[in-house]
Design a protein around this ligand. Structure first.
Ligand SMILES: Nc1ncnc2c1ncn2[C@@H]1O[C@H](COP(=O)(O)OP(=O)(O)O)[C@@H](O)[C@H]1O
Ligand SMILES: [Mg+2]
Length: 227
């Protein structure tokens, strides 16, 4: 299998590098969680292993739930890598929202809410929800993002996911998303309420999670006011 040295670097993040690679002649993504120098090597190794395990498990759970995610081709805890399906024409929800009109922003907000509801109702929490960890793609005509009916969303980057999530974990997941939206998007006020509404419609037993979210948010507000 291709090693990072043979591959083209697509993205360099704080925790991982994303390479364009191949798996049995099919183009794929090679995600490598490189060692972090400031961490104790043994701790770094353990953290990396648990993140790769969590990511692979979550990607598989989503697939079982009928949610679109990159298919996992292989993972290697010692090499710190995951080979997964590549969506070459996908763009991030961040870019989609920045360039989107009202209708497109409403559409993606509803999709994110529904996707998250499906995960949470199956005890899966993402752990790092931002609009850079959601991709938008068009299965039919690749780089055309004009018609929402042809588009689908995909969640990625599940290294901090939790699999037996409590109502509190879910509430925190919602809160992390709200904070991320507020810091990234000037139209956050337009997005988050729509996400939450779609989430509530889709997730019948969401009351505890939503209550926890409101509690966590109220604590956050208090902390901000105290300074
Ligand atoms: N399967 C994929 N197909 C297409 N692009 C991807 C895929 N996985 C990751 N990317 C791109 O790489 C970026 C970083 O990947 P991510 O898994 O979020 O790692 P990081 O931990 O560095 O944030 C994403 O925001 C996206 O633009
Ligand atoms: Mg990411």
């Amino acid at each position: 299998m291709a090693e990072p040295d043979d591959c083209v670097l697509l993205k360099q993040g704080a925790e991982a590098r994303i390479y364009l690679s191949a798996y049995k002649d099919t183009p794929c993504i090679l995600k490598e969680r490189f060692p972090k120098k400031f961490r104790h090597p043994e701790l770094d190794k353990q953290l990396t292993r648990s993140r790769i395990r969590a990511e692979v498990k979550a990607l598989k759970t989503c697939a079982t739930l009928g949610l679109k995610t990159p298919q996992v081709f292989a993972s290697d805890l010692d090499k710190r890598t995951i080979h997964m399906e590549f969506f070459p024409f996908a763009i991030t929800a961040k870019d989609y929202i920045i360039n989107g009109n009202d209708e497109q922003i409403t559409w993606i907000s509803q999709e994110i809410g529904k996707y998250l509801a499906k995960m949470h109702s199956n005890k899966l929490v993402h752990g790092d929800l931002t609009t850079s960890n959601v991709l938008v793609y068009n299965e039919a005509s690749e780089d055309d993002f004009s018609n929402t009916e042809e588009l689908k969303i995909i969640f990625i980057d599940f290294g901090l996911s939790q699999h037996e999530a409590s109502a509190e974990d879910k509430g925190v997941d919602l809160y992390v998303l709200e904070r991320a939206l507020l810091s990234t998007h000037s139209v956050a006020d337009q997005i988050f309420p729509t996400i939450l509404e779609a989430y509530k419609n889709e997730y019948k037993n969401c009351a505890d999670a939503v209550r926890k979210f409101e509690e966590v948010r109220a604590r956050g507000r208090k902390r901000t006011m105290v300074g």
